[in-house]
Design a protein around this ligand. Sequence first.
Ligand code: SF4
Ligand code: FES
Length: 377
Amino acid sequence: MNALETTPTPIAAPVGILAELTHRCPLGCPYCSNPIELEQRAGELETHDWMRVFSEAAAIGILHAHLSGGEPAARRDLVEIVAHCKKVGLYTNLITSGIGLTQERLKQLADAGLDHVQLSIQDAAPESADRIAGYKGAFARKMDVAKWVNEAGLPLTVNAVIHRANIARAGRMVEFAVELGARRVEIAHTQYYVWALVNRKALMPSRAQVDKAVAEVEALRETYAGKIVIDHVIPDYYARYPKACMGGWAKRTLNVNPHGKVLPCHAAETIPGLEFWNVRDHSLGDIWFNAPAFNAFRGTEWMREPCRSCPRKTVDFGGCRCQALALTGDARNADPICHLSPHHDKVSEIAATFDEVDENVPASDYNYRMLKTQVPA
Ligand code: SF4
Ligand code: FES
């Protein structure tokens, strides 16, 4: 045994906070990372609650505030929230579908100190993009928003989730991001939990499609070197090792949901028996260091074999707890994406059922995530 295995590591402060300001959203993406039971508008944290949360975040050493949703632009106090984050010294990243933003509002956000915008796109083909989003006109609106972001002088990242209906255009989406003026593009193959797990049958591409898309995107790195940074998240179901989900459970980031519940990851509520604390009852620092849900899978002590004796355990932390639960029935198991997991055959079986797929997915095949909102014009 080496020292790393025997010495308890002190808990470091988180680097980032993902603030789900609301679960309301005009879009209905079938791979949404929000929980199946979406939080209703009644019960959302008030402006002053969020301000206290961000003050506490800065006080414990958090650097980045990711303002997310749902659609964060559905909150009428978004400019006030950004201004407060700026005041307490947080770097702010607005994660948005773009719907609900106007040129005027973007300018107000930039003036309030917003640092960065991350705009989601559903596809590089307009009709398909609108079908995936479940919102007619979304594609055209996003083109406007990208232009306004550039005009406001804000750095832009474009984010595209890849699945069967758009995988043929994975490379095209990198080019599209360049055309939109983005400095960074994230091409992220779908992770199958919560809504994406519900929709897996309609979303999962074949192995051949994945191989082609991955090669295409990788080849573009050279083409666009110096023009755009490409973040490429490779699909799990065809990998040999899992990813360090969230950079390790309760290691780098935390999520605050619209009602103030603090979670170690998007899907943590799917894990039975975890006790989550709320910012209405505890300070953010108390929650990070002491909440039972955060300590449940922190570090490596909780691990079973094969992770317990694996040299990669401080690299991937056994993968994703929520995926382990979804596919093996127990969150303490190794993520079955890992080829060393005794449950890995489940992943191989699922992947094999998608060897032949038709990329023309009709909208009727999707279970859209729905909690519609009237966004400010
Ligand atoms: Fe990661 Fe566990 Fe697999 Fe080792 S056995 S690579 S720690 S998931
Ligand atoms: Fe919960 Fe990966 S989504 S640990």
